[in-house]
Design a protein around this ligand. Structure first.
Ligand code: NAP
Length: 335
């Protein structure tokens, strides 16, 4: 056990673009377990875009983080001390815990992971929250049919890369929208997308129109804003839009105004539906089984981008909003 417990705290509320200077490292004592409690050493901490809203957004559903207190989110860790009947030292667990080397919990929302069954990091990636988001957003709301055109934005990220590959499994023509040539190559060569376009290029709309020559049946929106605006003119009759994320807006102090989309939606009898993946929690086991099988068969690939060291958590988090990650961004805290 390391003798230190460093925590990552929120030092200031970002007004617009989040910066690493909004965070600080704080030295704390390693917690001791009292009756009913478990002390966990963090192994992997995941950074997820939704946490941005808890730093200075509306955070209506889950509440704002306190200033000068540790951030919290999904953490994979090892039990190092337990006075809880359900857990013993050495158990590998996932829970909602602090961004810290060590944290303490009474076991609420803590589940055991079996490292022999699957790599533990997948519990916050392809077989965790982002993978579930891709699965239910695409299959339950998008309802893809063979031959249809599916477009996904933030396509090279944790959610987007899974959406596109699952749409390929369902026999669709898949177009990814992303922000670099390296990511385009990843989507075409590793993820099997049919086409990918770079929204940062001047001819973005032209390229998008070309890639979607038969129109768009499903637009899985992770980004919103100007990246998504041109999609509304490409919708086919009965198109579906799973509204998953609006990452282009998370660092803005007020939402941008866009084109009026209701007429294109009405004229195409299109469905647009926002969703939160938590609403599907009861159905996760079935989705995990099916996705694990696709991974085993080589039909679904995933990439994890791992940086080491708790001091790199702020940079990894901020990097999500600068497009620095390919696949799921993780921070390794300990072995
Ligand atoms: N509804 C739900 O329950 C739910 C659950 C999980 C995630 N989500 C949402 O799903 C989306 C993807 O999440 P993720 O965890 O998979 O993240 P991710 O895609 O792995 O990482 C974020 C990516 O977003 C892109 N991006 C960042 N800022 C952008 C901007 N201003 N304009 C356009 N693209 C931008 C970047 O890729 P580029 O290089 O391509 O720009 C970046 O790599 C997020 O919007 C997130 O909030 C929703």
């Amino acid at each position: 056990m390391s003798a230190h417990n460093q925590q990552v705290i929120l030092k200031s509320r970002p007004k617009e673009m989040i910066s690493i200077s909004d965070f600080a490292l704080k030295q704390a004592a390693i917690p001791k377990a009292a009756d009913g409690q478990v002390v966990i050493q963090s192994l992997y901490i995941t950074v997820d875009p939704y946490l941005r809203d808890r730093m200075s957004g509306n955070a209506l559903q889950i509440g704002l983080f306190e200033l000068n207190e540790p951030i919290n989110g999904a953490v994979i860790g090892k039990v190092v001390e337990s006075k809880h009947p359900g857990f013993k030292s050495g158990d590998i667990v996932i829970g909602h815990l602090e961004w810290a080397d060590y944290s303490m919990t009474e076991g609420e929302n803590l589940s055991k992971l079996d490292p022999l069954q699957k790599p533990i990091s997948t519990a916050v990636g392809i077989l965790g929250m982002p993978g579930m988001t891709a699965y239910f957003g695409l299959l339950d709301i998008g309802k893809p049919k063979a031959g249809e055109t599916v477009v996904v934005s933030a396509a090279a990220g944790a959610v987007g890369s899974a959406v596109g590959q699952m749409a390929k499994i369902k026999g669709c023509h898949v177009v990814g929208i992303t922000g670099s040539d390296e990511k385009i190559a990843y989507l075409l060569k590793e993820c099997g997308f049919d086409a990918a376009v770079n929204y940062k290029k001047k001819d973005y709309v032209e390229q998008l129109n070309k890639a979607c020559s038969k129109g768009v049946d499903i637009y899985f929106d992770n980004v919103g804003g100007q990246v998504s605006d041109p999609l509304f003119n490409l919708l086919n009759l009965y198109a579906r839009i799973p509204l998953c994320g609006q990452i282009s807006q998370y660092n803005k102090s007020s939402s941008e105004m866009g084109p009026r989309i209701l007429w294109p939606l009405l004229s195409k009898s299109a469905l647009i539906k926002g969703f939160f993946v938590d609403d599907y929690k009861k159905q996760y086991p079935q989705a995990i089984r099916e996705m694990a099988q696709w991974i085993k068969e080589g039909k679904l690939k995933y990439r994890e981008q791992v940086v080491a060291g708790i001091e790199n958590l702020p940079k990894a988090f901020v990097g999500l909003f600068k497009g620095e990650n390919i696949g799921k961004q993780l921070v390794k805290i300990a072995d």
